[in-house]
Design a protein around this ligand. Sequence first.
Ligand SMILES: *Cc1c(COP(=O)(O)O)cnc(C)c1O
Length: 414
Amino acid sequence: MATASVNKPRIRAGERNGGSLPARQPGRFGPYGGRYVPETLMAALEELEREYEKANRDKKFQQRLDELLRTYAGRPTPLTFARRLTEKLGGAKIYLKREDLLHTGAHKINNCLGQALLVERMGKRRVIAETGAGQHGVATATVCALFGFDCVVYMGSEDMRRQELNVFRMRLLGAEVRAVDSGSRTLKDAINEAMRDWVTHVRTTHYLLGSVLGAHPYPTMVRDFHRVIGREARAQMMKAAKKLPAAVIACVGGGSNAIGIFYEFIKDKNVQLIGVEAGGRSDALGDHAARFHGGSPGVLQGTYSYVLQDAAGQIANTHSVSAGLDYPSIGPEHAALRDSGRAEYVSASDADALAATARLARTEGIIPALESAHAVAEVMKRAPKMKKSDAIVVNISGRGDKDIGILRENLKLE
Ligand SMILES: *Cc1c(COP(=O)(O)O)cnc(C)c1O
């Protein structure tokens, strides 16, 4: 099973809607997205798409999801005005969207709860997932415990060694964690194994994808499960400031928290949308995870988007101090938003993210996840250059407790 990006589709990147494809083909974002999977998976993807579309129109499904988000996950999350950070930076007013306050400590639970409800509707009882640092594995194991599903999480053995605590968490929640010993023993190898499992057990098993990646309908479906972030943020901003923000900023791994907060603002052309990728330790291939600064179009995990790859189309190694941004591809909708110029993508280095973590901790009493700290780093650059009457909303996608070990190794505190 090739997850590498060797088989490039004939559509050329950069072609807008109206190129060789119908403008509104489902699952396409301009030339990006699509369904590059073995034929054996097509029936499962079509079933998932049908079920998702039915659920979308079903009031009862929406009510159950809303109730779980409220009574289990802890929605709505607050929008916090960062008064001291705003004063220190001396420019735009900074507001924090607090996804860090959700159950399990990050936005991922929004999507996992939505997909778990779909699994139930499809009458399946076995869920598989793949995880790098273990955060998506933990969120998946959590909803599987809540719904009583069997749960198998594939994880590279090198990642298991580095993330012992999350391996234990998943097991405590009742999941089976399967070590993957092939290749670099990290996320991309775990993805290969999860795909293999899915092809073999597709009738009984749901593949719970953790970001706006993979074959259609995943990028659309996962986005929709996270749109609640932007819906809440927009209403909360209107209430707090009586106007829309000048900019919305979010970190971009696969891109789910970013598209979730961006989506509700796309039609508001005066709101700048800024995604922040992991700049890592240098610009060299292998030292970062900035797909728009060193990647090129290709296929990974069933979708056509920007991918960090070598000349032969094999997936490159990536690096980021934050595990959640350490992924070689980016959601296809982000590729289209970037081509059209509606959103802008920048990167923040490991060092910038570490410094931003300490800054937010000390000015606001909030320790952000290292992923979210990349977005905070961009706020620190931009806010001082903006007008005091402007507002910025930054998505704090998760809390930093999981990163304490890395923070301890990297921050020298007096
Ligand atoms: C997983 C994760 C991310 C990256 O995933 P996206 O799909 O890009 O949102 C960002 N922040 C946190 C806290 C995460 O756990």
